[in-house]
Design a protein around this ligand. Structure first.
Ligand code: N01
Length: 556
């Protein structure tokens, strides 16, 4: 006999292989989604392709990997006990510690029993008749769910570059986003690193300490700010904890990027040269992402932006002794911050080491990889191992790998062929009861991800509870609300300098990918307010249908 589930109202909830909610991914988003839904009593199954929880922090184990948001802020806020008790050891936690934290959360909140590891979701098909999703997993099983939540992460689909000859290389090839679990030792080897984004910039100084020779192949130089990482003292942690209510409130409601920091009240051109320089110097010494918050117009005014870009270019020239190398390391084809700014420890100084060389593959392109070398137009660079720090098919890549079919058999990939279309980054019209956590069209990658994850998970939970309370069966974005939101996301992006860079925010790193600015740049606080308003107006812009009598649970 079936029973009406307290959350979903579904009859099928009690039977094996039938869940109220299937969550795809057990990173920070999937774990918190499970925790929140558990609190409502629903039946939830989480599928995770990795061998353990942690998402991006499970895969990105490259040397030097650490978060670029300070640990005391890059952490869950939903549990007061957790945030008071967990001891972060450094200002920016290294990857192993963040992974340990993820595991601690899984154990502390007893999440593991509902998480199936080493299992991909390959397919999800909406059945119009039953109004359920049929979900196929890589172990050949099929389950049903009333709701599917994609917690697949924004930077989880590692991108192998299309470089001729790569499969013929005889040495080891590593991608930073799929780093082996066993230790990798480059001692005595000639190593080539391709790519100088955040992953390359973090790994280069560490690899340089081990390798006999390190050659860095750079296509685009990047702006990078020193992390100034350090051990956290007990006093610093206590000071943070005492201020947590205000820090968390500010990050959620006021900060554009979900990070607690001072809000600038003037533009870069409102100060004279000396004052401006001393302010940049102070932030450079403090280190970290908040360098871009010195002034309030660095993201929108090119002349203002140039002052910050010039400051960083001057710093590179000061640090790097060889003037030619310094010049090649100075970014000059995009405004500072329009590509994700990097945070480093000794990146530029690493090029002063005698065993490190920089190759500019913009002017001297890679032609192919041979059995033992990177062959450029100007000649061969012999290497024993290759590190590909070439990034991700960001924001849509992991979703695209799942065969998702909504109403009328339309696939999500067909619908998003010209760029992702969502309402609030949360749902896409034609795909009922399918939610995306930090999807394209939401602040996501422009924010402290954990702040955005918690907001989305809370909103989705509230929505599911509302549907149950009102006897509703399906919910989906209305096409006109979605169109307006997509237009708004583009419109806001166009008021900034972001579209001026060929960044992964734009899909520009993937040949053939539509070039659309994917995240919502209106700010985390503004966005939260919009989502709350939508909910308070009975989920304005979403179509909801009532459960049909046949869907009500009859004794059987
Ligand atoms: O990837 P990227 P990433 N031939 O795309 C180059 C987050 N993250 O893994 O710029 C040669 O930024 C490419 O060149 P170009 C963070 O949000 C966070 O480093 O396209 N080169 C670029 O230099 C970050 O932004 C943290 O011209 C090729 C590099 O590879 C995001 O993840 C740490 C190439 C890719 O840079 C992605 O960072 C790490 C080719 N065929 C990552 N293809 C922290 O929290 C690409 N490139 C600190």
């Amino acid at each position: 006999m079936s029973a009406v589930h307290p959350v979903s109202g579904n009859c099928h909830a009690a039977s094996a292989g039938a869940y109220d909610v299937v969550v795809v991914g057990a990173g920070f988003a999937g774990m918190y989604m499970l925790h929140r839904l558990r609190g409502q009593g629903g039946s939830v199954r989480v599928y995770e392709q990795g061998g353990d929880v942690g998402g991006t922090w499970y895969w990105n184990r490259y040397p030097g990997a650490r978060c670029d948001v300070e640990s005391m802020q890059y952490s869950y806020s939903f549990s007061e006990e957790l945030q008071q008790e967990w001891n972060w050891s450094e200002r920016y936690a290294p990857q192993p510690e963040i992974l340990k934290y993820a595991n601690h959360v899984a154990d502390r909140f007893d999440l593991r029993s509902d998480i199936q590891l080493n299992t991909r979701v390959d397919r999800a098909v909406f059945d119009e008749a039953t109004r359920l999703w049929s979900v196929t997993t890589s172990d050949g099983k099929n389950v049903t769910a009333k709701y599917v939540v994609l917690a697949t992460g924004c930077l989880s689909n590692a991108r192998m570059p299309d470089i001729k000859g790569l499969p013929d290389f005889k040495g080891k090839v590593y991608h930073t986003g799929r780093w082996p679990h066993e230790p990798v030792d480059f001692t005595g080897l000639r190593v080539g690193v391709i790519g100088t984004g955040s992953s390359g910039i973090q790994s280069v100084p560490i690899i340089a300490e081990q390798a006999s020779q390190l050659t860095v192949f750079q296509r685009t130089p990047n702006f990078s700010i020193p992390a100034r990482n350090a051990l956290l003292t007990a006093e610093e942690r206590e000071a943070y904890r005492a201020k947590y209510p205000e820090i968390r409130r500010f990050a959620r409601e006021e900060a554009r990027n979900g990070i607690y920091t001072e809000m600038p009240d003037r533009g870069a051109l409102d100060d004279g040269d000396n004052v401006r320089r001393s302010k940049y110097q102070a932030r450079w010494e403090r280190g970290g992402l908040t360098f871009m918050s010195v002034y309030n117009n660095l993201g929108v005014d090119k002349a203002a932006n140039d002052t910050a870009a010039d400051f960083v270019r001057d710093k590179i020239a000061e640090i790097v002794r060889d003037p030619e190398t310094a010049k090649r390391l100075q970014p000059n084809n995009h405004p500072i911050g329009s590509k994700r700014i990097c945070i480093d420890t000794d990146y530029f100084a690493t090029f002063n080491r005698p065993n490190v060389a920089l190759v500019d593959i913009r002017t001297n392109p890679i032609e192919e990889i041979t059995a033992n070398a990177v062959r450029t137009k100007a000649g061969d660079y012999e290497v024993d191992a290759l590190v590909l720090a070439t990034g991700f098919d960001a924001m849509t890549g992991s979703v695209a790998k799942i065969d998702i079919r909504g109403r009328d058999g339309q696939t999500l990939n067909q619908k998003w062929a010209e760029g992702p279309k969502t309402y609030l980054g949360l749902m896409s019209a034609g795909f009922p009861n399918l939610f995306i956590i930090t999807g394209p069209g939401s602040p996501s990658v422009l924010s402290n991800m954990i702040v955005s994850i918690e907001q989305h998970v809370d909103w989705i939970t509230g929505c599911i509870v509302y549907m149950r309370a009102h006897g509703l069966d399906t919910m989906e974005a209305k096409p006109n609300a979605e169109d307006k939101w997509v237009a708004h996301v583009n419109e806001v992006a166009q008021t900034t300098l972001y579209p001026q860079a060929n960044s992964w925010y734009m899909g520009a790193n993937i040949p053939g990918k539509p070039q659309i600015f994917m995240p919502y740049i209106g700010g985390v606080g503004v966005y939260r307010q919009i989502c709350n308003d939508v909910a308070s107006k009975g989920y304005e812009g979403f179509a909801m249908t009532a459960a049909e009598p046949a869907q009500q649970c009859a004794a059987s």
